[in-house]
Design a protein around this ligand. Structure first.
Ligand code: NDP
Ligand code: OXD
Length: 313
């Protein structure tokens, strides 16, 4: 039996799509009558504290999110049960769309022309070509690698940073904390696609911003965060945008979501805010993915995309 436990998303929609893909495999929802001992899989997003209570025969936890940081902080997450996260072509494409849109916006000096337009100034400043701008991507996993390859194809100078050494054609790669400063020193636009773990929490801070290349991108070094709000020190971002340490920031995620009305980020100079929509899990492709995972596992196949709980992603 599959139990759905989805908060803050359209559970009806997911339920209908999953039922269609699962054939006759039984699905239940929180309000239904069922014996928790019959539940073999639970499909979760923002699970409540009692989500896993009584589920003594769980074979896997299926995570609607690609990021599992919040799930791993669940106080009663069952030990030893594998967690399968969402990995999906459409999710990856949408994230790359977001990254490309924001990188090209900053490379083409969008903030500058918006300000000129508001002041009715006609100043023919020519933006540098893509190959003169270095985009540094933190995280070279499912999302970071795709963004790196596609930015490279657009002509940008691309570098990437990961935990283990990664090899991506045409991309200069750096690995581990010892190479972080060298990675930053050649980066004009810093893109964050890391998972949120104890090692990466707060990585977008004043110290990091101060190590970015300063003299290349018109307006100053820029950050793009589409991973998690916990990666960023929001006070540091506001200060850095105000004092010129950063030229611009594109932020899709926040320490508190929805971003509180009182947050100074709303009005910080050259701060571009989107409401955590860079890449959302699509119920059509998602239902197909999770139904396949479940049915194949029932036939004895191994689970794909299982996260490493100790590593945190
Ligand atoms: P992956 O697990 O596939 O990739 C993670 C990458 O980060 C890997 O390259 C990994 O290194 C690297 N990494 C992890 N820890 C460190 C560290 N301490 N130092 C350096 N590199 C590190 O994740 P995805 O690409 O699928 O997703 C990334 C994140 O994007 C998710 O965790 C989620 O938070 C966020 N996300 C945001 C969405 C949005 O709409 N805003 C939508 C979907 C996801 P290595 O290669 O060595 O393992
Ligand atoms: C995710 C997200 O992790 O939407 O999938 O942020």
């Amino acid at each position: 039996m599959l139990l759905l436990h989805l908060s803050d998303v359209d559970e009806d929609r997911w339920s209908a799509r999953l039922a269609a893909k699962l054939g006759g495999y039984p699905i239940v929802r929180r309000g239904d009558q069922f014996d928790p001992r019959d539940v073999r899989y639970i499909f979760v997003w923002k699970p409540l504290e009692n989500a896993f209570d009584g589920l003594t025969n769980l074979k896997a936890v299926l995570s609607l999110g690609a990021g599992v940081d919040a799930l791993l902080r669940h106080p009663r997450l069952p030990e030893g049960v594998p967690i399968v996260r969402f990995v999906d072509e459409e999710l990856t494409q949408c994230m790359t769309d977001y990254v490309i849109a924001n990188v090209t916006m900053h490379q083409r000096c969008h903030s500058r022309y918006v300000a000129d337009q508001a002041a009715r100034h006609w100043t023919q400043f020519y933006p540098a070509p893509a190959w003169d701008i270095s985009v540094g991507i933190m995280g070279l996993g499912e999302l970071g690698r795709d963004a790196a390859e596609k930015l490279r194809a657009l002509g940008f100078a691309v570098r990437g940073w990961s935990r283990k050494a990664r090899d991506i054609e045409g991309v200069e790669t750096f690995a581990g904390p010892d190479s972080f400063d060298a990675f930053l020193a050649g980066t004009d636009i810093l893109v964050n696609l890391l998972p949120l773990t104890p090692e990466t929490e707060g990585i977008l801070n004043r110290k990091t911003f101060g190590k970015l290349r300063r003299d290349n991108l018109n307006g100053g070094p820029t950050i793009i965060n589409a991973a998690r709000g916990g990666h960023q020190n929001e006070d540091d971002i506001v200060t850095a945008l105000t004092d010129g340490t950063l030229g611009a920031a594109s932020l899709d995620v926040f320490q508190t979501e929805p971003l509180p009305e009182a947050s100074p980020l709303w009005t910080a100079p050259n701060c571009y805010i989107t409401p955590h929509i860079a890449a959302i899990s699509n119920p059509d492709s998602g239902a197909a993915y999770f139904a396949r995972v479940l049915l194949e596992h029932e036939q004895g196949k191994p689970l794909p995309n299982v996260i490493d709980v100790d590593r945190g992603y």
